[in-house]
Design a protein around this ligand. Structure first.
Ligand SMILES: [Zn+2]
Ligand SMILES: [Zn+2]
Length: 349
């Protein structure tokens, strides 16, 4: 284990190069700081995308990983929500300004004064933020969340990005038990959480995919029905039936019209996917004739994180995970790239 102010991390060193184990210095300690011994870290598509510089240049060395679960080892004077020995986790956001209108309203995930992301970002001190492919993490207590007693760390880890990304928008979407019909586009790491949360909220849930490949697994996850968007019969059967679509993934050939056709009037199309290409244009009549609402959502606010963890604990929501040793991270990433996760990989220290 590394010394007090350093972490032993698996860092990206250059685009296309394997991750390399190295010692890096943690951010400066302050009264808001929490130290975690990382026990688990999920692998998110964002990690791989950042290492590949898919959204823009990456400042290497870069320690990715923002589905962190661990044990608190030290807390600063201002820390009120966790204590030494608590099991706790961290998601994609590690800091905010705490002064802007959004922060003051408890929507720190859309802070306008300076978000610190868990990696590929800088603290106000100028220190680089370092993610969870490491033995230690240090950051702001306001983005550290206690893990409920009935959720283990290995299960908890992936809630902190994939979980909150799908839970937060669904929890804001006025889902009515027994009445709402939620389509989940993309049955993968995010989508498999979306299915479980929407079911937990009492909706009827329909998986939407582009082939027959996920039909069986969608059923296993608890979906009530399945739409292969390439299948005319499926599209006709579900025409104008969905109150919500949660888009967790789509392809560059994505067409709005296909999905608007599935929606009931006044339906909500909620996008949480983050592709590196632009969405196509849409026909204005397709949008207005059904009074479709389109919205986006990114991660979630701290209060939503707490709500999600409680919801998951109460409803026994469980991600499907496969574990890799932290030291096997390069193999895990290789398998991730090959599209093998069913549905989330978790690195274990
Ligand atoms: Zn993520
Ligand atoms: Zn702010």
């Amino acid at each position: 284990m590394s010394a007090e102010n350093t972490t032993t991390a698996w860092a990206g060193v250059a685009n296309g190069k394997p991750l390399t184990k190295m010692e890096l210095t943690l951010k400066q300690w302050d009264d808001d700081s929490v130290n975690l011994d990382v026990t688990h870290c999920g692998i998110c598509g964002s990690d791989v995308h950042t290492l590949d510089e898919g959204w823009g240049p990456t400042d290497f060395p870069c320690v990715v990983g923002h589905e962190i679960a661990g044990v608190v080892t030290k807390v600063g004077k201002n820390v009120t929500n966790v204590k030494v020995g608590d099991r706790a986790g961290v998601g994609a956001q590690s800091g905010a300004c705490h002064k802007c209108e959004m922060c003051l309203d408890g929507q720190e995930n859309v802070c306008q004064g300076g978000i610190v992301y868990t990696y590929s970002s800088k603290w106000p001190s100028g220190d680089k933020s370092l993610g969870g492919y490491a033995d230690k993490w240090r950051g702001d207590y306001r983005f550290v969340f206690k893990i409920p007693d009935n959720i283990t760390n290995e299960i908890a880890a992936t809630f902190f990005c994939a979980g909150i990304t799908t839970f937060a928008p669904l929890s804001r979407a006025n889902i009515i038990p027994g009445k709402s019909v939620v389509g989940i586009m993309g049955i993968g790491g995010l989508g498999h959480f979306g299915v479980q949360f929407a079911k937990g909220m009492g909706a009827k849930v329909v998986a939407i995919s582009q082939s027959e490949r996920k039909r069986d697994v969608a059923k296993e996850l608890g979906c009530d029905d399945y739409i292969n968007a390439q299948n005319k019969e499926d599209m006709e059967k579900h025409d104008s039936t969905l109150t919500h679509i949660l888009c967790t993934g789509n392809g560059p050939d994505f067409q709005w019209r296909t999905y608007f056709a599935l929606m009931k009037p006044n339906g909500h199309f909620i996008n949480v996917s983050a592709p590196d290409w632009d969405f196509p244009g849409m026909n204005a009549f397709d949008l207005l004739s059904k009074q479709i609402h389109i919205s986006g959502s990114g991660i979630g606010a701290p209060k939503e994180m707490e709500k999600m963890l409680q919801f998951a604990a109460d409803k026994n929501i469980k991600p499907w995970i496969q574990k890799y040793k932290m030291d096997d991270v390069n193999q895990a990433i290789k398998d991730f790239r090959a599209g093998k996760p069913r549905f989330r990989y978790v690195l274990v220290n």
